[in-house]
Write a protein that binds this ligand. Structure first.
Ligand SMILES: NC(=O)C1=CN([C@@H]2O[C@H](COP(=O)(O)OP(=O)(O)OC[C@H]3O[C@@H](n4cnc5c(N)ncnc54)[C@H](OP(=O)(O)O)[C@@H]3O)[C@@H](O)[C@H]2O)C=CC1
Ligand SMILES: [Fe+3]
Length: 284
């Protein structure tokens, strides 16, 4: 269940009812999946949201309560602008540089591959709009996660940027949305943040190769030992067994070896540690 977050300072008027102060206005460029999910969360967290869009009159359904305008008009009264647009469409922001001067721009973008571009997306954005303070962040969250609010696996927001105040402003918004913020330093860390989402199972190649290699080895071993041997020495053709009996032998063997390869180093380390040290001492 989503919890309603009230604006920070709520003053009571003479009738004793709460008069909420005007909440902060944030701007989002781009009305796509991420823009909409982020807008919804910001509205739920007590912000006012204005979208900047190429087509303010025909951009499809937006979260209730959000306004939508042209890019230039939308960012006019907001200090913080989330750029929820793919990097390849960033060029148009160069023309908006005068309007975006002094504003905090949050670059949420990701790439499909590592090293696709010579510089990080956020650094490119900073180059296009030199007068703005670019902060990289939120890119490790999916639109889905944003919409559903923070869960245990999706609680962290990484930020980096050259201006400490700009980072602080973004960190405040992230905290208000319920995320915990991890500061990763200056904008030169942007590339590292952009690579994060591409790093699911970063070391999958070796285990896959070991599994394929072991499967091939044991398949031929069992084939020779069971089928070819029986055929040569006993004259019986049991090749019909290849598909079932052989697979039934090969897969358990490979699984057990893989499991052993996973656990054995830990067991050996534990034994060594028993004799050579403890968990505080550095491992020999
Ligand atoms: N979707 C996700 O889960 C995540 C997305 N991201 C990042 O967020 C950014 C947006 O992603 P997502 O919302 O999925 O993308 P979408 O394609 O859903 O939306 C992108 C939006 O960008 C605007 N746009 C498209 N082309 C242009 C153009 N030529 N010039 C100006 N604006 C344009 C459009 O808004 P309009 O029509 O209003 O102008 C469009 O709705 C990307 O950089 C992505 O890497 C990061 C983390 C997760
Ligand atoms: Fe286990």
């Amino acid at each position: 269940m989503s919890k309603e977050v009230k604006p920070e300072s709520v003053s009571l008027n003479p009738l004793g009812t709460a008069a909420a102060p005007e909440s902060e206005l944030l701007c989002i460029y781009g009305t796509g999946d991420l823009g909409r999910s982020l807008g919804l969360r910001l509205l739920q967290s007590g912000y006012r949201v204005v979208y900047g869009s190429r087509r303010p009159h025909s951009c499809g359904p937006l979260p209730q309560g959000a306004q939508v305008m042209s890019h230039a008009a939308a960012s006019q009264s907001a200090g913080l602008v989330f750029i929820c647009i793919h990097r390849e469409h960033y060029e148009f922001l160069e023309a908006l540089a005068p309007q975006l001067k002094g504003k905090v721009l949050v670059d949420v973008s990701n790439n499909l591959k590592k090293n696709l571009y010579p510089e990080a997306n956020a650094e490119y954005l900073q180059r296009l709009v030199p007068g703005a303070h670019v902060v990289k962040g939120f890119n490790t969250l999916s639109a889905w996660a944003l919409q559903n609010g923070p869960t245990d696996a999706n609680r962290q927001v990484y930020l980096c940027g050259n201006s400490a105040e700009a980072k602080q402003a973004v960190a405040e918004a992230a905290t208000k949305l319920g995320f915990s913020v991890l500061d990763r330093g200056s904008l030169s860390a942007a590339r590292e943040l952009e690579d994060f989402p591409l790093q699911l199972f970063p070391e999958w190649r070796l285990p896959l190769r070991v599994a394929v290699g072991l499967t091939a080895f044991f398949f031929f071993y069992v084939l020779l030992r069971d089928v070819v041997y029986t055929y040569v020495y006993e004259g019986k053709d049991i090749s019909f067994r290849i598909m079932v009996s052989l697979a039934n032998k090969v897969f358990p063997i490979v699984s057990l070896i893989m499991l052993a390869l996973c656990y054995l180093p830990g067991v050996i380390a534990a034994v060594l540690q028993l004799y050579r040290g403890n968990q505080i001492q550095a491992f020999p």
